[in-house]
Ligand binder design. Structure first.
Ligand code: GLA
Length: 361
């Protein structure tokens, strides 16, 4: 009798504790776990996000990180003979310590590029030869430092013009080097780390005119044998765009290129899309995250993730641009000082309703 009791007790304890474990495991399930059969889920971070309550949270929800700013050309290479490695190193070290991926962002971009790059010591514009040599030196140094630790790089960011009748953006890179700088950036990066997957990354890819231009550029690079491995769709979207049809045809179009696709900078603003920066106006007073904004955001996120899952064979990553609604770049863009709520987690890092809509499928 005694034996029977003790066996029953042991069995009950085992049952109870295994139940407890499975329910803990269930509660601990993060975004990355729901999508583990689909694609890695990344997030753009600053070194300060990797300390305090956000660090564990990031590891629970995401399995890839991207430097929001720390690997851009001006922050990492502020003067010709000076590199600032601290911030970028700390992000890569965090990923290595915790066994998660790093997406590099970005090697060549017209914004946040240091002015010394384009000028000689007398302040005159440098020649194409000098600029390409500097680009080569920059890319070789940065990519080599993180060789084998950064699995993918945005080699070139935003080279396409937003003007409907202009193909390439008239940046300093373009003005000095012509179109060639784009292929060169890929070649330099590939030489420094042949295993890194190199992306062309751009925004407003859902717009039919811009999409055609991005497609044309990427196809021409691929056809010319340039080592491009993927197309990054930034995905800075909003409650009113893209439509399902727009997003479906965008992904389909790029999928046909036979390259990998990643959604590289995902956020969905709770305000209707505006493309240009502007000052705050009296009409912008209502910044509360109300039910109307929330419902529209839910519909948009649900639709986007339905399509991401539909195209799982070609989509090799989805990266959110910032961790939670606590702070995001959209608090100051396009309207300075207007609070936005573009992510799946609130300012206390709690999942919003939209989170559950994205993971329940
Ligand atoms: C672009 C860039 C990003 C970032 C965002 C705004 O999308 O690619 O690096 O600067 O703008 O945060």
């Amino acid at each position: 009798m005694k034996k029977f009791f003790s066996i029953t007790l042991v069995t009950a304890t085992i049952l109870l504790s295994s139940k407890r474990n499975s329910s803990t495991a269930k509660n601990d399930k993060g975004l990355k776990d729901y999508y583990k059969e689909y694609f890695p889920i990344g997030v753009a971070v600053m070194p300060s996000d990797l300390k305090g309550d956000e660090a564990n949270f990031i590891l629970q929800q995401f399995n890839s990180i991207t430097a929001e700013n720390s690997m851009k050309m001006a922050p990492i290479h502020p003067a010709e003979n000076r590199y600032n490695w601290n911030a970028a190193d700390s992000i890569v070290a965090f990923a290595q310590r915790n066994g998660i991926k790093v997406r590099g962002h970005t090697l060549c971009w017209h914004n946040q590029a240091p002015q010394w790059m384009f000028k000689d010591s007398s302040g005159n514009t440098v020649t194409k030869e000098v600029l390409l040599q500097r680009l080569k030196e920059h890319i070789t140094t940065v990519v080599s430092r993180y060789k084998g630790k950064i699995y993918a790089w945005d080699a070139v960011n935003e080279a396409i013009s937003d003007k409907p009748d202009e193909y390439l953006r008239s940046s300093q890179w373009y003005q000095i080097c012509g179109e060639e700088y784009i292929a060169k950036a890929f070649e330099y990066a590939h030489a420094a780390d042949p295993n890194a997957i190199l992306f062309y990354n751009d925004y407003n890819e859902i717009n039919a005119t811009k999409r055609e231009k991005i497609y044309k550029l990427v196809k021409s690079l691929k056809d010319a044998g340039v080592p491009i491995g993927g197309v990054g769709l930034q995905g800075h979207w909003a409650i009113n765009e893209p439509s399902r049809g727009q997003l479906d045809s965008t992904i389909k179009k790029f999928a046909d290129l036979g390259l990998k696709i990643q959604v590289t900078e995902l956020d969905i603003s709770v305000y209707p899309k505006e493309h240009n920066a502007r000052e705050r106006k009296p009409e912008d007073a209502d910044t509360a995250f109300n039910a109307e904004k929330e419902n529209k955001q839910i519909q948009e996120y649900k639709m986007c993730f339905e399509l991401f899952r539909k195209y799982r064979k070609v989509i090799s990553g989805v990266t959110f641009w910032n961790v939670s609604d606590r702070h995001t770049w959209l608090d100051n863009f396009p309207v300075r000082g207007r609070k936005d709520y573009p992510l799946l987690f609130d300012k206390d890092l709690k999942p919003k309703k939209v989170f559950w809509e994205v993971v329940r499928f």
